[in-house]
Write a protein that binds this ligand. Structure first.
Ligand code: PLP
Length: 467
């Protein structure tokens, strides 16, 4: 294709023509993600133009994210060129394989199965809510969430999570992150020590840091957070942030002795526990684990749930159940400093919950994810060996261990060039990473696609692909 890049009769400068034709070829998939471009010198000599002209075009393409220069290795078509742009162009090979133009890339973390979200049903409920808009809904909504949604969440928590709460104790938030903002303000954590799982959820840690907390990384082992280590490191921490049902990102559950030890510590020190119950709906082995909150007899746990994983992250809705002594302050702070998403999306969600669609959706997704997870695990085990693949009992991703000495950030960069989007385990550590590996989401990967995608992963990691 490179021979036809220039129209010598045209008025348009040569560098501009190169830029335009190459960017179009990236967008329409003629140049595949990860494809290597000729060096500026060789393309210049092929076209009989100055090397500086090609370099000017490449510079602009790189600046706009179409291509990436990788030093001596060469210049490659970047994945972001297509994913980051929401342009109505034919999808390149990879998103096309995923079945949706501009859809998630293979292994992209933090997303539910976007292809199975019941869009029609959701829009029907949304239209109905708009149609019956009451006067109350036109006024400023209750800053702690509209009443039907708080009722529906309280009912869901009682039935699905064994947490008995009154609707008034449920504070609707803008997802987990919105809840964290409220908690940080009300507990006045600036300058105070807080326990954070190490490794842990990076946005949780960044949120605590942004609120000025002094973050104390507490190691996580096969039983979850090492509570004794936390007590040794910072006995009077203001709060402990934990993901007890399914640790993010290692997937372990906090053992019962550790749960009791953590609750005992919080009761003795007057410290608080933030329970991030972000994906407990998705467990494939045994029954869902009860949340820490259900064991909280002394009122130290602030329980946070989110609809980002079960429905979609753009909804920006979650909830917080706090001990009684904090509820009023949290609600006041929400009113003044953290207003919620519009009442109509809350009303749509309330209907989705109250009419039983949520329960059905979760059951369907659990079955779908079990199939997608098994297919991915099977291929990973075939390609890389069983010992490298950690499944855990639940969640939305699997962990692929890398050899000692292999840097997972570099591995992720190599994968990105091949149009894959895993995440590096080492990024979940605040301090030096104890383990390197790739976090691979399976939620958007059809079983039939798993063999080809895993082969592509093996090639990107330059591991000999097994036949
Ligand atoms: C560990 C963890 N907690 C919480 C969330 C949800 O965050 P939010 O509700 O702010 O979208 C996620 C989403 O990816 C997560 O991975």
């Amino acid at each position: 294709m490179f021979d036809h890049l220039l129209d010598r009769a045209a008025d348009e400068p040569a560098y501009r023509q190169l830029y335009r034709r190459i960017s179009a070829a990236v967008l329409d998939g003629t140049l595949a993600i990860g494809a290597r471009l000729p060096s500026a010198r060789s393309l210049a000599s092929q076209l009989g133009i100055a090397r500086g002209t090609v370099e000017a075009a490449y510079g602009q393409l790189a600046g706009e994210g179409y291509i990436i220069g990788r030093g001596a290795a060469g210049t490659f078509v970047a994945a972001v060129a297509v994913v980051g742009r929401n342009l109505p162009v034919p999808a390149p090979a990879i998103p096309r394989a995923m079945g949706s133009a501009g859809g998630p890339l293979p292994f992209q973390m933090g997303l539910p199965a976007l292809d199975r979200f019941p869009r029609k049903l959701w829009s029907r409920l949304a239209a109905r809510q708009a149609h019956v808009l009451s006067t109350a809904a036109l006024l400023t909504p209750d800053p702690a969430g509209i009443a039907p949604l708080r009722h529906a969440i309280a009912r869901y928590l009682a039935v699905a999570r064994g947490i008995a709460v009154l609707p008034e104790q449920v504070i609707v938030t803008a997802g987990f992150q919105g809840a964290l903002g409220l908690i940080c303000r009300v507990l006045e954590i600036a300058g105070r020590p807080v326990w954070m799982e190490e490794p842990g959820y990076f946005l949780g840690r960044d949120g605590l840091a942004a609120a000025g907390a002094h973050i104390v990384g507490v190691p996580v082992d096969g039983e979850g957070l090492d509570v004794a280590a936390g007590i040794a490191l910072a006995p009077t921490a203001r709060l402990a942030m934990v993901s007890p049902s399914h640790h993010s990102p290692l997937g372990v559950a906090l053992s019962l002795p550790r749960r009791l030890q953590l609750l005992g510590w919080a009761a003795t020190e007057g410290s608080w526990i933030v329970e991030d119950d972000y994906d407990s709906e998705f467990r494939y082995v045994g029954r869902p684990l009860p949340p820490l909150k259900s064991l909280d007899r002394v009122g130290r746990v602030l329980y946070v749930g989110t609809f980002s994983k079960a429905l979609f992250p753009g909804l920006r809705l979650g909830y917080l159940v706090a001990p009684a002594e904090l509820t009023e302050r949290l609600a006041e702070t929400a009113a003044l400093l953290a207003p919620l998403p519009a009442a109509d999306s809350q009303a749509t969600l309330a209907a989705f919950l109250a009419e039983g669609h949520f329960g059905r959706h979760i059951r369907r997704m659990r079955q779908l994810y079990a199939r997608r997870r098994a297919a991915l695990a099977r291929e990973l085990e075939r390609q890389f060996g069983r010992e490298r693949v950690s499944l855990g009992a639940g969640g939305m991703h699997v962990l692929l261990g890398l050899d000692d000495g292999v840097d997972d950030v570099a591995a992720v960069e190599a994968c990105e060039l091949a149009g894959l989007a895993p995440s590096a385990l080492s990024r979940a550590y605040a301090g030096p990473a104890q383990r390197h590996g790739l976090l691979l989401s399976f939620t958007n990967l059809e079983p039939a696609q798993a063999p080809a995608v895993v082969q592509r992963l093996a090639r990107a990691l330059s591991m000999p692909a097994r036949p």
